[in-house]
Write a protein of this length. Structure first.
Length: 230
């Protein structure tokens, strides 16, 4: 029953998207703004570059360790240089930009994962169509992601966040706990992140759209089962 319900939710979401496209086609001059698509193209290219920069930074600073020292600071050098040139506000803005990009990627990934694999109920946030319970679930997920991303960014920008309280908590105290220190010594979480990244990239390259064959579904697929069978 739960699997059929999730399929139905995905089907409704896809039908709503197609209906919105049909509405835009029916009233092209009033509803369609061509500049928006050019802006999305530019943002897509920028996000690709940011993703590549993150992967390079993870490899050269967090995975390649020589004699206990990261191979190359990469983004840390840029942020530290900005801090030394009395442009610390730009360094803070850049730090926040990279961190918020990961937060946005987590939100997008949650929706993509829920739609494609149907292993749990997804809660997409649609303008003017988001219910309060869906909004609260996304807020809860955001809170959970924020803690993990704060930890990750503190480690990823270890040289920039040095001598701070949060660096002392995440990079010193937490990494020396009796149980978790083995995960940090062997970079278990970082390897899981990189593996998931490449698997997702390959999968999205092979199947880039969320097409759901609603037309092939029949009333039998969504008929309500008797309570005795639940």
């Amino acid at each position: 029953v739960h699997g059929d319900l999730r399929k139905f939710e995905v089907g409704v979401s896809e039908v709503n998207k197609k209906f919105q496209i049909l509405q835009m086609q029916a009233d092209y001059t009033r509803r369609v703004h061509p500049l928006c698509y050019y802006l999305k193209l530019v943002l897509g290219l920028i996000f690709i570059v940011i993703s590549i920069i993150w992967v390079i930074h993870i490899f050269v600073y967090m995975l390649v360790i020589v004699d206990g020292i990261p191979n190359y600071p990469f983004l840390n050098n840029i942020l530290t240089w900005l801090e030394e040139k009395n442009t610390g506000f730009i360094a803070v803005a850049a730090y926040g930009f990279f961190a918020y990009y990961l937060l946005w990627a987590c939100m997008k990934g949650n929706i993509k994962f829920g739609i494609r694999f149907l292993c749990f109920t997804f809660y997409p946030m649609i303008p003017n169509e988001t219910f309060m319970n869906s909004f609260l679930i996304n807020v809860l997920l955001f809170n959970e992601w924020s803690i993990a991303l704060t930890h990750f960014c503190t480690i990823a920008f270890g040289e920039y966040t040095r001598l701070t309280d949060i660096n002392n908590i995440f990079c010193i105290q937490l990494t020396h706990m009796n149980f978790f220190k083995y995960f940090w010594d062997y970079h278990v979480f970082i390897y899981i992140l990189i593996i998931c990244f490449f698997i997702t990239a390959i999968y999205l390259a092979c199947k880039p759209t969320d097409r759901f064959e609603v037309a092939k579904m029949t009333e039998k697929d969504f008929e309500m089962k008797p309570l005795a069978q639940l």
